[in-house]
Ligand binder design. Structure first.
Ligand code: G
Ligand code: G
Ligand code: NA
Ligand code: MN
Length: 254
């Protein structure tokens, strides 16, 4: 079967799972939240990375259904943790430009929030700079709508897209996520340190939070502390893990 057919079947057979990667405070290591990242687990096969199916889901429009499922599942999981007495402050969910293009994603988001009972303030939506640029007016309306309802907005992979910084002025962006390509050699490359440090300074002046992605060692973390970056995620703490593991390692322990 071709990938599209398998994807379609995977969706109706509930073969997708959401993994969670912890987000921590740079200054004191407190658990601030998690990013939700989808995986595909066809029965009897190896788990498939989103890098291998998101592009096809986007091409075929299946991303609309898949994206909505991921969001609903992440909100449901948060409420389940609430009910067990584990209060994870927030969850971040990725939104694809194709979702913005193909559907009224604002209405969908507010509906899923209302159904789940998760407070809008505990949901962070991640959009890339490219999504904002590609979907211009639509993205603008979406951002304003989400903002009005208290949903937080993060710019994913910040610094890597073709974009204008003008959107930082036009929209109330809550967080910039420094792309992991700038973090990778942070300890050895003066240019990366200069860029990361400039992003933090700009964001501070604009009252926007900054999060580093792809932190893999203590040297990177020490530099992030030095430049005043607020939060981080990365293998140095944990890769994205299944909900049960997340619970045992980060919620029960805490
Ligand atoms: O986890 P990683 O291998 O976990 O993810 C690979 C890529 O897939 C990343 O660019 C990530 O943003 C993207 N991705 C993971 N989960 C989702 C999702 O639920 N929706 C969208 N649109 N992208 C996702
Ligand atoms: O595009 P986005 O930033 O949403 O994707 C997150 C991707 O980064 C996922 O594939 C996730 O598994 C991966 N990731 C998370 N932490 C690390 C890390 O410390 N190092 C590397 N190389 N990848 C990471
Ligand atoms: Na992301
Ligand atoms: Mn990213």
């Amino acid at each position: 079967l071709d990938l599209e057919t398998r994807l379609r079947r995977g969706l109706s057979n509930e073969e997708f799972v959401v993994f969670y990667q912890p987000v921590l405070s740079v200054s004191d290591g407190t658990l601030l939240g998690a990013e939700a990242l989808v995986r595909w687990q066809p029965p009897g096969e190896q788990m498939i990375s989103p890098a291998d199916f998101i592009p096809m889901a986007e091409e075929t429009g299946l991303i609309v259904q898949l994206g909505e499922w991921v969001l609903r599942e992440a909100c449901r999981q948060m409420r389940a943790w609430d009910a067990q007495g584990f209060v994870l402050p927030s969850v971040a969910v990725n939104l694809s430009a194709e979702q913005v293009r193909r559907q009224d994603v604002g209405t969908m988001l507010l509906q899923v929030l209302a159904e789940s009972g998760l407070a809008a303030e505990r949901l962070e939506i991640e959009l890339t700079e490219s999504s904002l640029m590609q979907q211009g007016e639509k993205a603008a309306m979406l951002l304003d709508q989400l903002k009005q309802h208290g949903v937080r907005l993060a710019i994913d992979d910040f610094g890597t897209g073709y974009s204008s910084l003008a959107y930082l002025k036009r929209f109330s962006i809550d967080k910039l996520k420094i792309d992991r390509s700038f973090i990778k050699d942070l300890a050895d490359d003066r240019n990366d340190l200069a860029i990361a440090s400039a992003i933090v300074a700009m964001a501070n002046a604009l009252d926007i939070a900054v999060q580093a992605e792809g932190v893999e060692n203590d040297a990177q973390l020490a530099l992030l502390k030095m430049i005043g970056c607020g939060s981080w995620q990365g293998y140095s703490c944990s890769p994205p893990v299944p909900p049960v593991d997340f619970e045992q390692r980060f919620l029960l322990a805490g």
